[in-house]
Design a protein around this ligand. Structure first.
Ligand code: MGD
Ligand code: MGD
Ligand code: MO
Length: 753
């Protein structure tokens, strides 16, 4: 080969991005953390000169087996986005103005520490709130930091996500139990749409359907999953409790329930039976809009196709003013039909790490994040208003923050140390911003210069998952401790580095967060030492995991026998499965909460507030997932944004015709709390009378339409999935360009260049 041929060949290999010594391209293993923790695909990143030039799903990782979704495929746009923060910033203009100056890490961290110390000394450490948004990776570390600092106020986005589902499970069974998809003969999917929300699970669903598993889908919309179901129960949003009670009615009336299990292992069955007697299929049909015959057919199929599993979701049912009670009614069906903790039904599996159960090993996560008990600390934010939450959840309830900031009841809140703060997550998002504007000190750690960060005094640049090391585990009994595939962009750092630095500067007396008081410790060494401590019960070590950056199968996964309750009972007050909750009975005297999983319509609905419905006749359902967007994260990416460039609401064509609205018209959605303008997306996949709108848009924030107190009294979760709104066509399209956040990023980018 001549020199020219060799150069041509190299050029060809470079253009094809072929790894090798000649091209200088190396494939590095990493993890995508753009979406939710139960997905988080393995990545093969092609890196040249320290830059990612190609992104592929890792074949090696059995969870995604080489696949990636639209968001993961846009990893380069996410990592190298112009809005990425590159240096620490301090605010020099008024809150919200976006006027910031770049400062050094030392100055930034010293400022944070001086403020935390001052507020702690003046008003007690509880006056500082530690908050983590949707990111999960930093949570155990931030929680430990908060408690060791002396503040009980560790709270997260889990104040609106997953916890209500977990609470409903705990109230009935004392623990959670996930669907055993591989062996189920029937799967009852109660409001999940993994084709959009959890693509790796969708693959397993296809396999099970191919194997002949029957599928029942409970969803107000005709989703990709519902379109494959044997029975689709297309209910009105927020009527889940009535549907479940109707199914229980059929199962009991037709004697299809597990008499032996019910007699030996349950509490309150007689009351439950009497209550569901009032929910015959005709009445359930009238409330839910699902034909009575379908309710009967679904109840019969689920109760008789043994074993049958129930797949819940982290969000939609809990996003309701009666959410926990509705999900309790749903989860009662599992025990009623004898499908609890049996193979092919819903199995209790040991907890592994960061919201993943059943990866085949256990860790000391809980011990790590709870170095103190709640009894040793002042009451958490939300504890008085949501006492059931306070008993069942090891966090503060963030939905009570605006109230306590304003009222200083039971004590003042003055500081906020946030990792990933997005005010558009909160119902009544504008009011949330107004409330935190009154805080004396705010620090926000984020990847991007966001609208929420504009309210912070100090903004710290975090790096993404591909720039850090993190532990991930998967239900395929697979575990990975990823290593950074590229150096952190600019001066950004991992969240855990920041936690260890704060712990050192606060001089915390804690060998796990501050391993060498007074001395300088490499954050990597501190992180690895903490991970080794956490991993101890698993028998795995950091050294061993580092040898397998793409992950490895868990050696000797823990066995998981069936029906563990036979020996151990249920971890509930009565030791049994509780159709009637002892805990809710205890609180029922003070709050209007029933021990039985009673059905109440959404607080804003035709049934509960007919006066309001006269002016606001549509059911508004917010945040049902779109495949390419994740909350506030991927609007800024060119590829994902191109799939829906402007905020749009789904409207049924029958309603649109009545209101003179055409596809693509500008419309206004309004509630008594506010109004937004969006495009009309006409689709028959949703029901007449229901409008669906995704959340988190800067230029059309649907959470402006919420009253901040539109909450479930048990969980404190917002009623995101069912309220009332009006819809009208807007004559001229006056939609303004959304605010751009790039100026903050520019402030830190200039310093970097
Ligand atoms: N109307 C309505 N509102 C909803 C919902 C709904 O369905 N409808 N859903 C609710 C639910 S279920 C959820 S989970 C919440 C979403 O909760 P949010 O916390 O709003 O989620 P994100 O916008 O994804 O992330 C918050 C911030 O974290 C930043 N971030 C990302 N990765 C990292 C990281 O590694 N480190 C740090 N420090 N920051 C990072 C992001 O840039 C972003 O600014 O929204 C809730 N709000
Ligand atoms: N692409 C993408 N994936 C995501 C996310 C994302 O933002 N984007 N977010 C992640 C997060 S934080 C979460 S919590 C999960 C959520 O994951 P999922 O729960 O699977 O997703 P959703 O779309 O919120 O809700 C599932 C289905 O519930 C239906 N639904 C809406 N209201 C009701 C109701 O009142 N009752 C019933 N029975 N069904 C209802 C919706 O029509 C939807 O099809 O997704 C995670 N994955
Ligand atoms: Mo969520």
């Amino acid at each position: 080969m001549g020199e020219k041929d060799r150069m041509d060949e190299l050029e060809r290999r470079l253009r094809a991005k072929i790894p090798g010594q000649d091209t200088g391209i190396e494939v590095r293993k990493s993890i995508c953390a753009i979406c939710d923790p139960t997905t988080q695909c393995g990545l093969d990143l092609s890196v040249r000169d320290g830059r990612i030039i190609k992104v592929e799903g890792s074949q090696e990782n059995p969870h995604n087996a080489g696949t990636l979704c639209s968001k993961g495929a846009a990893t380069r746009q996410y990592v190298y986005h112009e809005d990425r923060l590159r240096t620490p910033l301090k605010r020099i203009g008024p809150r919200g103005s976006g006027e910031f100056a770049a400062i050094s890490w030392d100055e930034a961290l010293d400022t944070v520490v001086a403020n935390l110390r001052r507020l702690g000394a003046e008003s007690g450490p509880e006056s500082v709130v530690f908050y983590v948004g949707y990111p999960k990776q930093p949570r155990p570390f931030v929680q430990r930091l908060a408690l060791q600092f002396g503040s009980p106020n560790f709270c997260t986005e889990s104040s609106t996500c997953f916890t209500a589902t977990a609470m409903a499970f705990k109230l009935v069974y004392g623990q959670m139990a996930g669907p055993d998809l591989a062996r189920a003969r029937c799967l009852l999917v109660w409001s999940a749409n993994p084709f959009y929300s959890n693509t790796t699970a969708a693959r397993h669903l296809f396999d099970a359907i191919d194997r002949g598993m029957k599928l029942i889908a409970v969803d107000p919309r005709l989703t990709p999953l519902a379109s494959r179901a044997d029975i689709h129960l297309q209910l009105k949003p927020g009527t889940d409790g009535a549907l479940a009670l109707g199914m229980a009615h059929v199962i009991i009336a037709e004697d299809l329930y597990d008499r032996e299990f019910v007699a030996a292992h349950t509490h309150g069955f007689a009351e439950f039976r009497d209550y569901v007697a009032g929910f015959d299929p005709a009445r359930a049909a009238q409330i839910t809009g699902v034909p009575a015959e379908k309710i009967r057919a679904a109840a019969r199929l689920y109760a008789t196709a043994k074993p049958a599993a129930l797949m819940p979701s982290a969000a939609p049912v809990g996003h309701n003013t009666n959410g926990v009670q509705n999900y309790r009614a749903v989860f009662s069906l599992i025990g009623l039909t004898g499908n609890f903790d049996v193979s092919g039904g819903n199995m209790v599996a040991p907890f592994s790490w960061l919201e993943i159960s059943g990866a085949g090993f256990t860790t000391r996560q809980h011990e790590f994040e709870m170095p103190k008990g709640w009894a040793d600390l002042p009451p958490r934010v939300g504890a008085a208003r949501f006492p059931v939450w306070a008993e069942l959840v090891d966090q503060a309830q963030a939905m009570d923050l605006p109230r306590q900031i304003r009222s200083a009841d039971p004590y003042p809140l003055r500081g906020l140390m946030a990792f990933g703060l997005n005010h558009r997550m909160f119902p009544g998002s504008a009011g949330f911003l107004e409330a935190i504007r009154d805080l004396e000190f705010i620090c926000d750690v984020d990847l991007f210069a966001t609208d929420s960060a504009r309210y912070a005094d100090i903004v710290l640049p975090a790096c993404s998952s591909v720039e850090r090391s993190e532990l991930r585990c998967y239900p395929e009994k697979y575990v990975a401790l990823s290593q950074p595939a590229i150096a952190p962009l600019g001066e950004s750092r991992s969240d855990t580095d920041i936690v260890f630095e704060l712990a050192r500067r606060l001089e915390l007396d804690d060998p796990l967060l501050n391993p060498s008081p007074g001395g300088v410790v490499e954050p990597d060494a501190a992180f690895e030492a903490a991970m080794d401590w956490i991993l101890e019960p698993s028998g795995m070590t950091v050294a061993q995991l580092k040898q397998h950056p793409g992950g490895m199968p868990v050696a000797d996964p823990l066995p998981n026998p069936e029906r563990k309750y036979r020996a151990a009972g249920f971890p509930t007050p009565t030791g049994k499965m509780e159709f009637a909750s002892s805990l809710l009975a205890k609180h029922g005297a003070v709050l209007t909460i029933d021990a039985l999983p009673t059905y109440r319509p959404p607080r804003h609905s035709l049934e509960a507030s007919p006066g309001l419905a006269a002016d606001y006749p549509f059911i508004l359902n917010t945040g049902s997932r779109l495949p390419m967007f994740v909350h506030s994260r991927t609007y800024r990416l060119a590829w994902t944004r191109s799939l829906r460039p402007r905020p749009a609401a789904d409207l049924n064509p029958a309603d649109a015709a009545r209101l003179g609205i055409r596809h693509g018209d500008e419309i206004e959605l309004a509630t008594p709390s506010g109004a937004i303008r969006v495009l009309a997306n006409l689709t028959e996949l949703g029901q007449p009378g229901v409008v669906h709108m995704y959340h988190g848009h800067a230029e059309a924030d649907v959470n402006l339409l919420f009253d901040p107190d539109y909450l479930d009294p048990i969980s404190g979760f917002p009623g995101f999935k069912a309220l009332l709104c009006s819809v009208r066509r807007v004559e001229r399209p006056p939609l303004e360009e959304g605010p751009r956040d790039a100026d903050l990023a520019r402030a830190s980018g200039e310093a970097d260049r």
